[in-house]
Design a protein. Sequence first.
Length: 115
Amino acid sequence: QVQLVESGGGLVQAGGSLRLSCAASGSIFSINAMGWYRQTPGKQRELVATITSGGRTNYADSVKGRFTISRGNDKNTVYLQMSSLKPEDTVVYYCTAVAGRVIYWGQGTQVTVSS
């Protein structure tokens, strides 16, 4: 089992920046990749960015050049540095971890970008 706890969401003006953090605990040795998804009410959860245990990253086209995903030195924490935020980035962000064939989710953190 892997537990994920997100932090760092909040309210920011358009053009501003926020950094989300996600700390993993439990069977962290089994994690292959971590990442961030986001979900607008009534819509499917969509990929924002992922990072593998080897450091390979992947981004949604909508955030390329604005968001950066990284892992802490302990490999148990993943960050999402968000810059040049837009009102359309307003949504709940979820941390995810893949361990073998199991996908774990955090509880979500709200990001609100005011225009």
